[in-house]
Write a protein that binds this ligand. Structure first.
Ligand SMILES: O=C(O)CCC(=O)C(=O)O
Ligand SMILES: [Fe+2]
Length: 490
C-alpha cells in the first residue's frame, strides 16, 4: 500500500530530516512554531526532488495561477513552480524556521515578489480563509490582516492524519470556490491513516458529504488531484493541460537558438568553494573521475583506452562503449572532468547551490525556450572541468546530445588563462550557416567568475585550446531522464 515511484528518495529525506534528528527535534516539543511542536500534525519532510516536476505537471499551472502550499516546509516546491511556470505563490507552515529558510531562498533566487511565506497553523484557519486570502488568527501576527491572492490551486502534502483533520475545512473551501480551486495531495506511504484503495477515504471525516472526486492518474507518483468543484474527474483527465511539453529542439533549432548570459549565478565564496572541491578531488587517486596528476594519471589514459577496446571485443552495447570512451576522455590530463553530481558530492559540500541554480535556469528557460515546462527533468551531470595547457573541446560537431539545457559557469578569472574560449554556434544573418558568415563564435561578452552561459544542449559548441594558465568551469546539463550517478552516457 502506498509505495510509489519516489518512495526510496522520500525515505532518505525522512531519514535525514526526521529520523536522524530525533534528539534535536525532541528539544522543540514545546515550541508552538515548530513542525516538531505541540500544534504540528506533520513532520517536515521535503518533497522528493524527482516528484516535484510531476506535482507541477499534475497541477496544470499557468502564469495566472495562484498556487498555495499548505504545509510548504522550506518552500522548495513553490520556488520551483514560480521559476518554471511564472505563477504567484503563497506558502504557509507551522515551522517558523522553515518559513525563514523559504523567505531567504526566495530572496536569493529573486522570487520574493512572486512567493510569499508565512508561519501559520493550518488547523486554526477560519472558514473562508482560502476563499478570501486571509490567514487571520492562525498566522504569525504580522500576517494576520494581510489580503493575499486566493489560491486557484492548493497543494496539501501532509500525513494522512493531518489530511483527515483538515478535510472538512478543505472541503468547504473547495466547494465554496465554485470551480476556481483545485487541490493536490500526496499521502506518504509511512502513513497508515489513509486507505489508498478508497478515494473517498482520502479525506476521511467527511462521510456525510459526497465523496471527493479524486484523479488517481498520477498515483504511481503518489500525487492525487481533486479537480475544481463541478469538474468531473473524467473531464479533468480528458482536458488538455495548459501546455504540452514542447518536443526537444531539432539540431537546426538548437543551433539557431540565442544563448543566455546569466550573471552572478555563484557568489565569490561559492566559486572559491567549488574550486577548492574540484582541486581536492583532482588530486584524489581513488576517484573514477580523478586520476592523480602524476605519471599514474598519464598511464591511466592508455589503460582506459585499452579497457574500452576490451569492451568492444566483448560485444558491449553502444551506450557502454560511449560511456567507456567518455571515462577515457575525462581522464585526459589536459582536460579533466570531475562528476560532482556523483555520490551527492555537490549537495554535501554546497547544499544550497544546485537548487538555486536550477531555479535560475528554469526561469531563464521559461522566458526563452520553454524546454522544461510541463516536463519532468533532472540533472544529468554537474561537472568540474579543469583545462590545462592544450586542453580543449575540439570536435566541430560537438553537442551535448540527449540533454535539454547546458549551463557553463566560469570559475577562473579571464586573466588567469589565454585561449580556452567557449565558442557557440551562431547562424549567419540569413540563417544559412557557416558558408555565409555563421559558425562557431565567441560569446562576445566576458564571463566573470560565477557568471554563466545557458544554451539548448544540442547547439554546437567548442572550447579553444588553452595556451596559457588553466581554465576551470562548472558545467550542468539537464535532461528528461532520471537523476544520474555516472558519466553522461550511462
Ligand atoms: O568547458 C565548457 O565550457 C564546455 C565543456 C563542454 O562543452 C563539454 O564538456 O561537453
Ligand atoms: Fe559540451
Amino acid at each position: 500500500m502506498g509505495l510509489d515511484a519516489h518512495s526510496a528518495e522520500q525515505g532518505r529525506l525522512l531519514e535525514a530530516h526526521v529520523l536522524a534528528r530525533r534528539a534535536e527535534l525532541a528539544r522543540e516539543a514545546d515550541d508552538p512554531w515548530s513542525a516538531a511542536g505541540p500544534h504540528s500534525v506533520s513532520p517536515f519532510v521535503p518533497c522528493a526532488p524527482s516528484r516535484i516536476p510531476i506535482v507541477l505537471q499534475c497541477a496544470r499551472l499557468a502564469p495566472d495561477d495562484v498556487l498555495w502550499d499548505l504545509g510548504c516546509g522550506d518552500g522548495r516546491v513553490l520556488l520551483q513552480a514560480a521559476a518554471q511556470y511564472g505563477c504567484r505563490c503563497v506558502g504557509v507552515d507551522i515551522d517558523a524556521r522553515c518559513i525563514r529558510d523559504a523567505r531567504a531562498s526566495a530572496a536569493e533566487q529573486g522570487a520574493a515578489e512572486r512567493c510569499a511565506f508565512f508561519a501559520c497553523d493550518l488547523l486554526r484557519l477560519a472558514p473562508g480563509a482560502l476563499l478570501r486570502g486571509v490567514l487571520g488568527e492562525a498566522a504569525e501576527p504580522a500576517a494576520r490582516a494581510l489580503c493575499l491572492p486566493p489560491p486557484t490551486c492548493a497543494i496539501v502534502f501532509v500525513t494522512g492524519h493531518a489530511l483527515s483533520r483538515l478535510s472538512a475545512f478543505l472541503h468547504a473551501e473547495w466547494a465554496g470556490a465554485s470551480g476556481a480551486l483545485r487541490l493536490l495531495t500526496c499521502v506518504e506511504a509511512l502513513d497508515a491513516c489513509v486507505d489508498f484503495e478508497r478515494s473517498d477515504a482520502l479525506f476521511a471525516d467527511v462521510a456525510d458529504r459526497p465523496a471527493w472526486p479524486v484523479s488517481r492518474h498520477a498515483e504511481r507518483d503518489g500525487v492525487f488531484v481533486v479537480p475544481p468543484f463541478g469538474t468531473a474527474v473524467r473531464a479533468w483527465e480528458a482536458a488538455s493541460p495548459p501546455w504540452e511539453p514542447r518536443p526537444p529542439l531539432t539540431r537546426a533549432q538548437a543551433d539557431a537558438a540565442e544563448p543566455a548570459v546569466l550573471r552572478g549565478l555563484l557568489s565569490a565564496a561559492e566559486v572559491a568553494q567549488l574550486l577548492a572541491l574540484g582541486d581536492s578531488l583532482l588530486h584524489t587517486t581513488d576517484d573514477e573521475r580523478a586520476p592523480a596528476a602524476d605519471a599514474a594519471g598519464a598511464r591511466g589514459d592508455i589503460s582506459e583506452a585499452l579497457a574500452a577496446l576490451d569492451l568492444f571485443a566483448a560485444g558491449a552495447s553502444a551506450t557502454e562503449l560511449a560511456s567507456a570512451a567518455e571515462d577515457a576522455c575525462h581522464r585526459c590530463a589536459q582536460h579533466r572532468v570531475l562528476h560532482l553530481h556523483r555520490a551527492a558530492r555537490l549537495e554535501r559540500a554546497l547544499p544550497a547551490l544546485l537548487p538555486r541554480l536550477l531555479n535560475r535556469l528554469r526561469a531563464a528557460d521559461s522566458a526563452r525556450w520553454r524546454l522544461l515546462r510541463g516536463r519532468s527533468t533532472s540533472v544529468r551531470s554537474a561537472e568540474f572541468h579543469a583545462y590545462e595547457l592544450g586542453g580543449s573541446v575540439a570536435d566541430p560537431e560537438h553537442r551535448d546530445a540527449g540533454s535539454l539545457l547546458t549551463l557553463s559557469v566560469a570559475l577562473s578569472r579571464r586573466s588567469d588563462f589565454d585561449g580556452g574560449e567557449l565558442l557557440l554556434w551562431r547562424e549567419a544573418a540569413d540563417g544559412s550557416g557557416a558558408d555565409v558568415g555563421g559558425g562557431l563564435s565567441a560569446l562576445g561578452e566576458e564571463l566573470a567568475p560565477g557568471d554563466g552561459v545557458l544554451f539548448p544542449s544540442e547547439k554546437r559548441h567548442n572550447v579553444t585550446p588553452v595556451t596559457r594558465g588553466g581554465r576551470r568551469a562548472f558545467i550542468v546539463e539537464l535532461w528528461a531522464g532520471p537523476a544520474n550517478e555516472h558519466n553522461r552516457h550511462r
